[in-house]
Design a protein around this ligand. Structure first.
Ligand code: ADP
Ligand code: ADP
Length: 229
């Protein structure tokens, strides 16, 4: 049973006036086990974000298949989103909302019934209870980033995907985010994260796939991979 299964997944960005067509994914085969913390490691431009954007329905695949929790992603990519929460790289500010309101909006988008919303619990888990009534624009960068994680979890998905969760993040916040990811995983959530820090993958992941130039060049348990490096 896999959380995510890609077979021969390809993505070519079409040519524009200023740039030729770009084959960002050249046939990705990946099987991400349920319950794991799975790292996608690779240099800038390797295709990590493209892969994640296909999973989240932001980008359409060109070829191949991807399943999320046994459901095939169809061509417009939006049918499988209920099973995943995605924390994007960029912080979306929601400047005129409070964290509580931002979570309610997110829950509404996923059609979570009001009596099943866990807003207070999520705010507490991410250390945001004190700020539940402040405006999001008044929060520190670290708090905004934690709010992004809370928003990704409002519909209680079995899979959480994080795109470069700690890029540009200070040591303390990095620890906090890591601890929360580990805690979610203990509760049974499958975690998929991209990173270009080997150390982050090493610290968190049970399995690592190395992606380079749109291809998976290695995919192994973290311990065996590190022994060869
Ligand atoms: P990453 O840190 O994952 O490499 P990038 O900075 O490359 O992210 O890309 C940030 C955003 O810009 C992404 O949404 C990506 O799809 C888009 N992007 C990246 N490269 C190009 C490009 N050559 N043309 C248009 N959009 C791009
Ligand atoms: P990574 O996340 O590993 O840094 P990306 O998936 O962002 O890699 O990018 C993979 C390749 O696809 C890069 O060469 C990038 O410039 C290109 N690319 C990404 N997004 C776009 C886009 N929207 N349009 C054109 N090219 C893109």
């Amino acid at each position: 049973q896999y959380a995510i299964e890609a077979k021969g997944l390809t993505k070519t960005y079409p040519a524009t006036k200023t740039s030729p067509a770009m084959q960002a994914l050249k046939g990705i085969d990946l099987a991400i086990p349920r319950g794991s913390i799975f790292g996608l490691l690779g240099p800038n431009g390797a295709g990590k974000s493209t892969f994640i954007n296909i999973l989240s329905g932001l980008t359409r695949k060109t070829g191949g298949t991807v399943k999320i929790w046994d459901r095939d992603i169809d061509t417009n990519g939006r049918n499988a989103r209920a099973a995943i929460g995605v924390v994007p790289q960029e912080i979306a500010a929601d400047p005129f909302f409070t964290p509580k309101e931002a979570l309610d909006v997110a829950a509404g988008m996923y059609a979570v019934p009001p009596n099943e919303r866990r807003t207070d619990e999520l705010l507490a888990a991410l250390g945001l209870s004190d700020k539940a009534g402040a405006y999001v624009r008044q929060l520190s960068g670290g708090m905004k980033r934690r709010l992004m994680v809370a928003k990704a979890m409002v519909h209680n998905p079995p899979v959480l995907i994080l795109d470069e969760p700690t890029a540009g993040v200070d040591v303390e916040l990095r620890r906090q985010l890591w601890n929360y990811v580990l805690e979610l995983n203990r509760q049974g959530v499958t975690i998929v994260l991209t990173t270009h820090y080997l150390e982050e993958a090493q610290e968190l992941c049970d399995q690592i796939a190395i992606i380079n130039r749109g291809q998976v060049v290695a995919c192994e348990p973290t311990s065996t991979l590190l022994r060869r490096m």
